[in-house]
Design a protein around this ligand. Structure first.
Ligand SMILES: Nc1ncnc2c1ncn2[C@@H]1O[C@H](COP(=O)(O)OP(=O)(O)OP(=O)(O)O)[C@@H](O)[C@H]1O
Length: 238
């Protein structure tokens, strides 16, 4: 699957959150890095078809995600930074079945497919669990299972590891390695990018570096440390 960004620009609150983003992403694992407010979440939302760019286009497999909501639902899954913003149902099974029903499956089919997904992750016993009773890490995993159940070709993740303890993070990273879909992941932590093929570095809504991790990350880390050591708040992105 290829995510094709052509001169993508987005204006929010009268300011350019993204400008002139052009990249053709065909690699299985793509990361988006950058400071707070650099436009990462906005770009993730554009890729997922949740925001229509003000200039340019975002296409997946040749289809404009913002114009074709059905294709977006079929092709792209997004996992938000905070699972509490994503989970809407009282039980785990309902939560996983919901997206499948939205894709047109009948209730029984949707539930069967939801059970199969829970089983795949060794979580069949979660079926009747109350979603509000899950821990933060368990909620992250639930969101991942709910999105994967829809069999997206591209999974967009906005800092999926924030707030997780080390064992839970390592477990989720292992689950991610099993995903056959293309992954586009936002992170602040270069340590989360083992096995990634490409890194996009955003600053002030612009793409300032784009390439394999060993080429982009050393400069990124050096710049972050440099800014972190400075007390000049003028360097803050917003
Ligand atoms: N709804 C909005 N209205 C106005 N400005 C917005 C809105 N959403 C985001 N912005 C601005 O757009 C810019 C990019 O925000 P975005 O959330 O994409 O950054 P980010 O890189 O994901 O940041 P973080 O690392 O803090 O999550 C910021 O300057 C932000 O203040």
């Amino acid at each position: 699957m290829t995510v094709d960004l052509q001169n993508v620009g987005v204006t929010l609150g009268g300011r350019a959150a993204l400008a002139g983003i052009t990249a053709r992403l065909a690699e299985p694992r793509v990361a988006i890095v950058g400071r707070n407010g650099s436009g990462k979440t906005t770009l993730a939302r554009v890729v997922a078809g949740l925001i229509a760019p003000d200039t340019g286009q975002a296409r997946i497999g040749g289809i404009d995600m913002a114009r074709d909501r059905r294709a977006a639902l079929e092709n792209v899954g997004i996992i938000f930074q905070n699972p509490d913003h994503q989970i809407i149902f009282p039980t785990v099974l309902e939560e996983v079945a919901f997206g499948l029903a939205q894709q047109g499956k009948r209730p029984r089919e949707a539930e069967a497919a939801a059970r199969a997904m829970l089983d795949r992750f060794g979580k069949a016993h979660w079926e009747r669990a109350a979603t509000h009773s899950l821990s933060q890490g368990q909620k992250q995993l639930l969101c991942l299972m709910a999105v994967l159940a829809m069999r997206p070709r591209v999974v967009v993740m906005d800092e999926p590891f924030s707030g997780l303890d080390i064992p839970t993070r390592l477990q989720l990273m292992r689950y991610l390695q099993k995903i056959t879909a293309q992954v586009v992941m936002i992170t602040h932590d270069p340590g989360h990018l083992r096995g990634f093929d490409r890194v996009l570095w955003l600053e002030g809504g612009r793409l300032i570096a784009d390439g394999p991790p060993d080429r982009v990350l050393p400069d990124f880390e050096a710049r972050m440390l440099d800014w972190g050591g400075s007390d000049d708040l003028a360097h803050l992105a917003c």
